[in-house]
Design a protein around this ligand. Structure first.
Ligand code: CP
Ligand code: NVA
Length: 309
């Protein structure tokens, strides 16, 4: 059974979901993964990606093919988008041709504009601000490891101002998890997102921002990291290395985490920077299951937004 409440909606931010809708999506993703449920939909998914992607592009494509649907790659370089056609016009035209659209963009406002000018569901496939599809898969992976999300503590060590940190703050709060962001003082999350996460968590769970990675991982069951320089920030990559070094997820940091802790990374990883080779290849790493779950979680998302039964 696929719930009806998400039909026709957009997913621009993790905060577009209620706690119940998130649980329902994760339940559906688990059923699709186990084979307990199989869904069919002969619809067309568009991918409009302004940045590189391996996992998101291929997992969305595979998820749609597995549903029996089709995928159109709307490469900005070969459409009129790259020649400056207004997004409002592009949005209204695409709305007539396809059934659902996933967009990867440098600017969250582009997503908001597409959502305003279309009837079809718009999915944030990564923006400067958030990466909600990744967090759906992350939560599925944590649930598989611990059989629950509620009360689990996740520490994210690294660039607290990036898309992953923001979506993890919101997603963990929605799931009833404790979330700690450990980052240099000049790379902390947007205050508006921290406040939003705290409002979602209420007195159910903890939302903490710190500069102390060692203190943060103590008592954590999930240790998460991401690149120190995100796409579009390549010019500052070298200067960020010494600033972020104390936040590297390495064997010494992991020794302070819970003994049962797992390690997650959205990938792609820079071994020797935000994570050591030993940790990403070690027994606590769940990164390949996490990457696989992108496909299951997004299949559940597409089916729910399209109202497939
Ligand atoms: N994690 C993730 O979104 O990977 P891609 O950039 O390869 O899509
Ligand atoms: N923060 C990274 C995530 C990549 C999946 C980036 O935006 O490049």
């Amino acid at each position: 059974m696929v719930m009806g409440s998400l039909k026709g909606r957009d997913l621009l931010s993790m905060a577009d979901l209620t706690a119940e809708e998130l649980q329902e999506l994760l339940r559906l993703a688990a059923q699709l993964k186990s084979g307990a449920l199989s869904l069919r939909c002969e619809k067309i998914l568009g991918l409009l990606f302004y940045k590189a992607s391996t996992r998101t592009r291929v997992s969305f494509t595979s998820a749609m093919y597995r549903l029996g649907g089709q995928v159109l790659d709307l490469n900005p370089n070969v459409t009129q988008v790259s020649r400056g056609e207004p997004l409002e016009d592009t949005a209204r035209v695409l709305d007539r041709y396809i059934d659902i659209l996933a967009i990867r963009t440098f600017d969250q406002h582009d997503l908001e504009k597409f959502a305003e000018y279309t009837e079809i569901p718009i999915i944030n496939a990564l923006s400067d601000r958030e990466h909600p599809c990744q967090v759906l898969a992350d939560l599925q992976t944590i649930q598989e490891s611990f059989n629950t999300l509620e009360g689990i503590t996740l520490t994210y060590a690294g660039d607290g101002s990036n898309n992953m940190a923001h979506s993890l703050l919101l997603g963990c709060a929605l799931a009833g998890m404790n979330v700690r962001i450990a980052s240099p003082v000049e790379y902390q999350p947007l205050e508006s997102i921290v406040q939003q996460a705290k409002a979602i968590a209420g007195d159910r769970s903890e939302v903490a921002i710190t500069t102390d990675a060692i203190a943060a991982v103590q008592g954590s069951q999930v240790v998460y990291t991401d690149v120190w320089a995100s796409m579009g920030q390549e010019s500052s990559a070298q200067s960020r290395i010494p600033i972020f070094q104390p936040y590297q997820v390495n064997e010494q940091l992991m020794a302070h985490a819970d003994k049962t802790a797992i390690v997650l990374h959205c990938l792609p990883a820079h071994r020797g920077e935000e994570i050591t080779n030993g940790v990403i290849e070690g027994s606590q790493s769940r990164v390949w299951d996490q990457a696989e779950n992108r496909m299951h979680a997004q299949q559940a998302l597409i089916a729910s937004l399209l109202g497939v039964k």
